[in-house]
Design a binder for this molecule. Structure first.
Ligand code: SF4
Ligand code: SF4
Length: 280
């Protein structure tokens, strides 16, 4: 089963829960798809393996062939080509999404495409199990491309269970991870901000018709009830992880509480059983 671990906001504890699920089910694939700030590998002690580039075609200009007609700039929906009414257009590669429109409309063949590295995929083993991580190149906008390629590369491991640590929020990258998963586990922080953002991400999962459940993290930090949201989206809370000093200390040291907190590990075991009951 491919489980997306998601959250409405950053800082809810999504990566700690994802790492705990990996450690609680040896052999499951740990997949870090939070490609703008991947850190699942830190919690799992990933020390390196193989690295491969993620390439994407981007537009570039052959100036000698250009007739300065401006069509390429007019067709680009991403503002990646600047043209000022005369003279040669200027391509900003870092804004190019590689949609292929400008080479298509260019009448002279001056606008072409070449591969650009937009990120990397690192893979190997972490905590004794398979691990893969997508990492966006600084300055690149091709987040979804890196996520898609990482998911594709993950199939090489042939793992039965995938734990997909996705980006927080409701943007295209977050929706891409939810779409690729069999089920979504939403990590909720019971605070006003946490529940407001949880409602947004539950709405996305509902639109995608994704089987969804909630796990509460930092229980005790706030006492906002989830009952209304659970009723509204027909989801249930599978487990609750308390806001404790030992969990906070583990996080501050870049460790997963699963390895240092027996109560946390027991709750992870219960969470796995609840996941199987709910999503199987
Ligand atoms: S390939 Fe698409 S996104 Fe890139 S510059 Fe051309 S039109 Fe714009
Ligand atoms: S469409 Fe082609 S010929 Fe026209 S400005 Fe762009 S690159 Fe030059």
């Amino acid at each position: 089963m491919k489980i997306a671990v998601a959250s409405g906001k950053g800082g809810a504890g999504k990566t700690s829960i994802a790492a705990s699920l990996v450690l609680g089910r040896p052999g499951s694939l740990a997949m870090d798809l939070d490609v703008e700030e991947p850190n699942l590998g830190i919690l799992l002690g990933f020390e390196g393996g193989t690295t491969r580039p993620v390439l994407q075609p981007v537009a570039f200009l052959e100036p000698d062939l250009c007739s300065a007609c401006g069509r390429c700039a007019q067709v680009c929906e991403f503002g990646a080509i600047a043209w000022f009414g005369s003279g040669l257009p200027v391509v900003n590669e870092s804004l190019c999404h590689g949609c292929g429109a400008c080479p298509l409309v260019c009448p002279t063949g001056a606008m072409r495409e070449r591969d650009r590295e937009v990120g990397t995929i690192r893979s190997g083993t972490a905590a004794g199990g398979p691990f893969i991580e997508g990492r966006l190149r600084v300055g690149s906008v091709s987040t979804v491309r890196v996520i898609d390629e990482t998911i594709r590369a993950g199939t090489e491991f042939k793992a039965h269970d995938w734990i997909m640590d996705g980006p927080p929020g409701v943007s295209c990258p977050a929706a891409t991870v939810l779409r690729a998963a069999d089920a979504a586990l939403m990590v909720a922080e019971p605070t006003p901000f946490g529940l407001s953002d949880l409602a947004s991400v539950l709405e996305v999962a509902s639109d995608l018709k994704k089987p969804t459940a909630i796990v509460v993290n930092k229980a005790g930090l706030g006492e906002r009830p989830l009952d209304d949201l659970c009723r509204r989206f027909s989801v249930k809370v599978l487990e609750s992880f308390p806001f404790t000093r030992s969990a906070a200390e583990a996080g501050a040291l870049g460790r997963c509480p699963y390895g240092t907190d027996a109560d946390w590990a027991a709750r992870t075991g219960r969470l796995w059983r609840a996941i199987e009951r709910t999503f199987s």
